[in-house]
Structures are given as structure tokens and as C-alpha cells.
Write a protein that binds this ligand. Structure first.
Ligand code: PMP
Length: 277
């Protein structure tokens, strides 16, 4: 497992983070996850743009240009010798004696490259179980920040209930999953939560919406309730890690007959074409 800390490639399993690292102590940083298919980083420019936006939203100056980060990633992929992998990189406000105020040090950039986490094939042809739970996160969920405690608690709750994902509910409406965006198909129209500070602007979400438009699927970016989700004809999750993952049930209520629907399958196939070419 390849790692990278502030200018040096290292063995990710041997890396040590100083106790006074602000990512570690405050979650004071931002991150990205990028998939590598066939040794190529997928949609890298979009991830780098989002990293820059997240960093700027927390007044964090990136220690490298986006071009340099790209070079670091490409070199890391080469060193990893992995064909299919997952790159994780994060930027924190650096290493300084613990104090809430911004320190006067440069930001830390760290990265790991590991074999990609796999979702079981069965999940794709049967669809996965989900639960709903209250969205207890902060007011700036559009920032991809390291503060993931509510997301961790929600995902664990889902797992404890034999489900794959927790769908978060704020003021009666679906925001997103603990690590995914949520889509519903009803009467051949594709619905997903609109972009506000309440959700992350998923790179997969954006590309799936683009594909839907290209394929003449009607799209509505509009908030919906749990009842609407359950009453849909199809539903799915999107993320870099899961791509397009069909939802079988929500709170043990099966959506239609539970099996992945035609628009879900079409969008997943088209999405896979984007990196298979
Ligand atoms: N929402 C949240 C809260 C996430 O953590 C993720 C995963 N990064 C997503 C949505 C999906 O985003 P993307 O498609 O860019 O991976």
C-alpha cells in the first residue's frame, strides 16, 4: 500500500501521524476519494476542483497546485503497480501545538493508494437494503470535510440493522446517504435531492445526471420524502465507491418488486462505459 506524506512516498502501513496533527485532533481538513480503473484515475479533474472548493470553504490554502497533486497521484499509481485501486488524499491545516486558532504552518497533504473496496456482485443484481435515520450533521455538508462522525454513526446503525446504507432525513426530506447520493425513478422521471449546503455535490451524481439527460430520461432535482422514495418504481445510490447501486428496500419496505429497474441498469451500464472506453 503506497502512501504519501508531505513530499515523500512511503509504505502506507508504516506511516505515523504526529499527535499534534490537526486532521487527527480537530478533523480540520478536507479530502477526496478517486477510483483508478485500468491504472487511470477516473474523473480526476472534477475531484481536484471539488478539493479546491472544499479547501477554500474552510480557508485552507492547499500546499500544492492542482497540477502538482495530479502528478503526485499519477506517480503514486505507477509505484503501486495496481490496475484497479482507490486513491484517498486529504489536506489538513498542518501540525502545530493543539489550539483551536489557525496555526501559522503550511497544510499537510497525505495520500494512500490501495486496492479498491468492492461491492458484492449480488448487491448489484439484487439491490441493497437501506434504513432511514435523522440527519444530525452540521450546516455545511457541501464541504467534503474530515468530520464524519455523524456519517460513521449512521452507517454503523444501518449495518447493525443488516442494511448497507443509512439514508439521512432532514426536516422530513431525504438529503443523502451517509456516503452516497440518493435517486428515485417514478413514472419514468429521475428525482434527486437538489444541490444546497445540505448535501455533497457528488461527482458520480453529476455524471449520472448528465448521462440521464443524454439518454432522454427526464430529470427533476427536487427534494422528496421517505414515503415518495418507497413509492418509487426504482431507487439507487451513487458514489465513487459504489458507482450506481440499486436499492432493494427502505426500512424493510421493498420498492416495487425489489429488483433493479431498467433505468437504474441503463444508467449503471452507461456510467461504466465512461471508464471502460
Ligand atoms: N455524499 C456523501 C456524504 C459522501 O461522503 C459521498 C462520497 N464521497 C457522496 C455523497 C458521493 O460523492 P462522489 O460521487 O463524489 O463519491
Amino acid at each position: 500500500n503506497i502512501g504519501f506524506i508531505n513530499g515523500e512516498y512511503i509504505n502506507a502501513d508504516e506511516a505515523v501521524i504526529p499527535i499534534d496533527e490537526r486532521g487527527h485532533q480537530f478533523g480540520d481538513g478536507v479530502y477526496e476519494v478517486v477510483k483508478i480503473y485500468n491504472s487511470l484515475p477516473f474523473l480526476l479533474d472534477e475531484h481536484l476542483t471539488r478539493l479546491k472548493e472544499s479547501a477554500s470553504a474552510i480557508q485552507l490554502k492547499l500546499p500544492y497546485s492542482l497540477d502538482d497533486i495530479k502528478k503526485i497521484i499519477l506517480e503514486g499509481i505507477k509505484r503501486s503497480e495496481l490496475l484497479n485501486a482507490e486513491v484517498y488524499f486529504q489536506v489538513t491545516r498542518g501540525i502545530a501545538p493543539r489550539n483551536h486558532l489557525f496555526p501559522n504552518v503550511s497544510a499537510s497533504f497525505t495520500m494512500t493508494i490501495k486496492p479498491a473496496r468492492k461491492v458484492s456482485e449480488q448487491s448489484y443484481y439484487k439491490g441493497i437494503k437501506t434504513i432511514t435515520t435523522k440527519d444530525e450533521r452540521w450546516a455545511n455538508c457541501h464541504i467534503k470535510s474530515l468530520n464524519l462522525l455523524p456519517n460513521v454513526l449512521a452507517k454503523q446503525k444501518a449495518n447493525n440493522e443488516e442494511s448497507y446504507e443509512a439514508i439521512l432525513i432532514k426536516d422530513g426530506y431525504v438529503t443523502e446517504g451517509s456516503s452516497t447520493n440518493v435517486f428515485v425513478v417514478k413514472n419514468n422521471t429521475l428525482y434527486t435531492t437538489p444541490l444546497t449546503n445540505n448535501i455533497l455535490s457528488g461527482i458520480t451524481r453529476k455524471n449520472v445526471l448528465k448521462l440521464a439527460q443524454k439518454l432522454d430520461v427526464e430529470v427533476l432535482e427536487k427534494s422528496f420524502t421517505t414515503e415518495f422514495l418507497i413509492s418509487g418504481d426504482e431507487a439507487f445510490l451513487t458514489s465513487t465507491t459504489v458507482e450506481v447501486l440499486p436499492i432493494r428496500s427502505v426500512n424493510n419496505k421493498v420498492i416495487l418488486n425489489g429488483d433493479p429497474g431498467p433505468i437504474t441498469k441503463l444508467l449503471h451500464e452507461s456510467f461504466r462505459q465512461l471508464y471502460a472506453e
